[in-house]
Design a protein around this ligand. Structure first.
Ligand SMILES: Cc1cc2nc3c(=O)[nH]c(=O)nc-3n(C[C@H](O)[C@H](O)[C@H](O)COP(=O)(O)O)c2cc1C
Length: 414
């Protein structure tokens, strides 16, 4: 898949620059050629010599370099590649690219290229979550720039959260997806045009006291990708999102909530809709009474946390008698008896389609970039291979568009 492909790798000036060296090794192992470009700041972290040794060729650093221009001009450099990859993509490079700045070699290449661009951001979590960076990432997404990561975990600065550079093999997987020609399932133009779609995404947080909560590992990536794909297919989309560390999809009316009860209230408020997709990992239980102040350790021992059931958002919408959406889609994240549980859920929650996925230990689905799903409906089960979550989203949206089209024309229901 990567054999014979040319990757133009721009290395930004971040602490994770050393991982770009491993990325080069992984790409070359797979038969890809890599042309290295470094920003002046990147040279503070790794040397041009190490990058050149691994790419096996010249590393470009300067915009105004007579020899570089004579050998291969900066415009040519950006066009000779099959894909432009920025790793690590610093907050600075992202900001420059989002605003069309071209005052050094890296930003000029990003503005001049006619190839797809894949960015792997890495920065301190406050930089990543800053509204300016969120705006810039949103702008670039709208411009068609692809992103992989950042991941979550302990950072070089000692803080914990989103902002870590994705692992080199995850970047390789994202590069393969980006290079695949058929990565976008062609949707009939405006196939959900005029339709209203409500999507839930992410986890919910159920408070224990003002500082603690019950949560789960959902990242919101699948739900957000579905909202993005539905919007791209022409739908008017409302996304009700639990607490996530990813940006709101552009052009989507995103409403942020914390708890299951807040999510239900927002979903109800967003009705009526043509399609409802419940992709959020809603907590089944909450504490009976969240403490008004922080619980303290003491002689009384561990607190007795009594749990009560949360409202069932999917069933509440599926069982509506008035203004039920024409299509109600649920997600079943299971660790055991996946398909049997999904089929039971289809009936119990009165929905039209269940997207079932195995989230057992080692699958990497919860919080990860890929998903392997089975579509369960009244007719049967269809299993898809492991795919990028964006791809899963596009396929689900294409399927819903076909389904709603059949309903409108009185055709068969699959
Ligand atoms: C020790 C150190 C580590 C840094 N790590 C990062 C980082 O991980 N991500 C980032 O966006 N900026 C980081 N910066 C700031 C960038 O180096 C700075 O914004 C620089 O101008 C980026 O230049 P470039 O985007 O042209 O590579 C760091 C700075 C220092 C001093």
């Amino acid at each position: 898949m990567l054999k014979g492909k040319q990757i133009l790798l721009i290395v930004g000036g971040g602490i994770a620059a050393y991982k770009a060296l491993d990325l080069v090794r992984r790409l070359r192992e797979r038969g890809a050629g890599v042309l290295g470009v470094m920003t002046p700041a990147a040279r503070q972290f790794i040397t041009p010599l190490s990058l050149a040794s691994l790419t096996g060729g010249k590393v470009h650093e300067e915009l105004f370099s007579l020899t570089d221009e004579a050998e291969m001009g900066h415009i040519e450099l950006s066009r000779a590649a099959d894909l432009v990859v920025v790793a690590p993509a610093t907050a600075d490079l992202i900001a420059k690219a989002a605003n069309g700045l071209a005052n050094d070699l890296a930003s000029t290449l990003l503005l001049a290229t006619d190839k797809k661009v894949l960015m792997a951001p890495a920065m301190n979590l406050r930089m990543w979550l800053h509204p300016a960076t969120c705006r810039n990432v949103e702008t670039l997404t709208q411009d068609g720039v692809l992103f992989v990561g950042p991941g979550e975990g302990e950072m070089a600065c000692g803080e914990f959260g989103p902002g870590r550079l994705s692992e080199p093999l995850d970047i390789v997987a994202a590069i393969e997806t980006a290079l695949r020609k058929d990565t976008r399932i062609p949707l009939p133009q405006g196939s959900l045009f005029g339709k209203r779609v409500v999507v839930t995404s992410g986890p919910t947080h159920e408070p224990i006291d003002p500082v603690r909560y019950i949560a789960n590992r959902s990242s919101g990536r699948q739900g957000h990708a579905i909202a993005r794909a539905a919007s791209a297919a022409g739908a008017q989309v409302v996304l009700v999102s639990g607490p996530v560390a990813i940006v709101d999809p552009p052009g989507v009316d995103t409403r942020h909530v914390e708890t299951a009860r807040e999510m239900l209230a927002e979903v109800e408020a967003a009705m009526p809709a043509d399609i409802f997709i419940a992709a959020a990992a809603v907590a089944d239980w909450r504490t009976e009474a969240a403490g008004a102040s922080k619980m303290k350790k003491g002689a009384a021992g561990a607190p007795d946390l009594r749990l009560v059931e949360n409202p069932d958002i999917l069933a509440a919408i599926g069982r509506r008698t008035a203004e039920r959406p024409r299509i109600v889609v649920g997600f079943a994240a299971e660790t055991d008896d996946l398909l049997a549980n999904a089929r039971a859920k289809l009936a119990r929650k009165a929905c039209d389609l269940i997207v079932a996925n195995d989230v057992g230990e080692g699958t990497g689905v919860m919080g990860g970039l890929r998903n392997q799903v089975h579509l369960v409906d009244a007719v049967g089960t269809e299993s898809w291979p492991s795919l990028d979550k964006e791809e899963v989203a596009r396929r689900i949206v294409a399927r819903l568009a076909a389904l709603i089209g059949e309903q409108s024309s009185g055709g068969p229901r699959s």
